[in-house]
Design a protein around this ligand. Structure first.
Ligand SMILES: Cc1ncc(COP(=O)(O)O)c(C=O)c1O
Length: 408
């Protein structure tokens, strides 16, 4: 049992010899594209710990990129998946439907923010869910344009990649991208001189600080829609409640609320990409709960099934019914084993104090991490570290927007 051992145990130089040998085989057999942030190979994992093939044990702060929110190999999740495997592993929901898919849909319809009647469609990855959210939005509105934001990350398939902001490494050399995608500035309070940290929830209209990027970004968003596209031609606006890959910056509440209101007023489908923020990552089941907004479409993946590939688009019934019979699907969409594991993961959030635990850990880290803050660095280094110290105001004023974009 890994959990019986001290959290960190380093027995060999890192990487150890077994990991080095596997890396040599990996380099011979696998192209360089899929990167690694650590040089060690996993042997087993449990809770928050990973043991590598050389017997070293680490705390896994990455959680498989925000996936194993209930911990590695949670016994309830694993036993539900095994139980399902003993019954059947795959029939394809498009050929022979099965109850676990319906159960996950029912649970997500119930749990998703807002009171509107909802339906859920399941697929495999976050990117695939983003792709489908755009399909639902376009089918419903019969419009084409999609507005996304600076620094956004929505995935790597073509529509998702087109919505993603950063070129290297995600988009470089892969053009042409999908058309009818427009990018608006993100209210990046940390890197915009004159901004203030506004979590007040007040309305943008009433805000006296016209230089705050909450205000200027919302003006720019409206200018893009009304000046460049035409508000009657926009199908969807998509945003991450906390910009993840782009620097772990929460959307300021006034901006989020103004965005939702603008979309409602203009028959634009408001899509929240909660692939990374969902299932406890912000202390609530969904980050939308911090903003008191109801997305028209909620896109989730990662923590949904605690480690098996499963993603979902949950949205207002009228939008979800806009695609005709056979217009949405896929061979593996909503795999029954992944669904069984998702049901067990949802139980953890609903029936235990897992969310409270997330909040406690978040508060403890929030209290203690500032003690480890380093003194301000020269501009370029400060910029490079922006993603890891999003709330450090000490370097904010010295960094112009262009510097950040060049060196992050
Ligand atoms: C906000 C967000 N959207 C979309 C994706 C893409 O998900 P996937 O890697 O499962 O395709 C990610 C993955 O990191 C993400 O963080």
């Amino acid at each position: 049992m890994l959990n019986d051992m001290p959290a960190i145990q380093i027995k060999t130089p890192i990487p150890g010899s077994q990991s080095q040998q596997l890396m040599a085989r990996r380099e011979a057999a696998v192209p360089q594209g899929p990167f690694h942030v650590t040089p060690v190979f996993a042997a087993r994992a449990e809770g928050a710990l990973i043991e590598d093939v050389d017997g070293n044990t680490f705390i896994d702060f990455a959680s498989g990129i925000g996936v194993t929110n209930c911990g590695h190999n949670h016994p309830d999740l694993v036993s539900r998946a095994k139980e399902q495997m003993d019954k059947y592993v795959h029939t394809s929901f498009n050929v022979v439907p099965y109850e676990p898919y319906v159960q996950v849909a029912e649970r997500l319809n119930e749990l998703a923010p807002g009171d509107s009647p909802k339906k859920t469609f399941l697929v495999n990855s976050g990117s695939e869910a983003v792709e489908n959210a755009i399909k639902f939005a376009r089918a419903h509105t019969k419009k084409q344009a999609v507005v996304c934001f600076d620094h956004a990350y929505h995935g790597r398939t073509y529509m998702a990649m087109s919505l993603t902001a950063k070129t290297k490494p995600y988009k470089y050399g892969f053009a042409p991208f999908n058309s009818e995608i427009y990018r608006a500035p993100f209210p990046y309070l940390y890197r915009t001189p004159g901004s203030v940290d506004r979590t007040c929830g007040g309305s943008i209209e009433a805000c006296p600080n016209t230089t705050c990027s909450c205000n200027t970004s919302f003006d720019a968003f409206k200018d893009i829609i009304e000046g460049q596209i035409g508000s009657d031609l926009v199908a969807a606006v998509i945003i991450e409640p906390v910009m993840g890959e782009g620097g772990f910056m929460p959307v300021p509440a006034p901006f989020m609320q103004s965005l939702a209101a603008y979309c409602k007023a203009n028959n634009i489908v408001f899509i929240l990409d909660e692939i990374q923020t969902g299932f406890g990552r912000t202390g609530k089941l969904f980050a939308a709960e911090h903003y008191d907004v109801e997305p028209d479409l909620l896109v989730v993946a990662k923590g949904l099934a605690g480690g098996l590939p499963l993603s979902a688009v949950t949205g207002r019934t009228e939008i979800m019914e806009a695609i005709g019979v056979g217009g949405a699907g896929g061979t593996y969409s909503g795999n029954p084993v992944a669904c069984a594991m998702a049901l067990a993961a949802l139980d953890q959030f609903e029936k235990t104090d897992a969310l409270k635990h997330c909040q406690t850990l978040g508060d403890a880290l929030g209290d203690r991490l500032p003690d480890h803050r380093r003194p301000p660095r020269p501009r370029s280094n400060a910029c490079r570290r922006a993603g890891h110290r999003p709330l450090d105001q000490s370097t904010q004023q010295g960094c112009r927007r262009q510097d950040h974009q060049v060196c992050l």
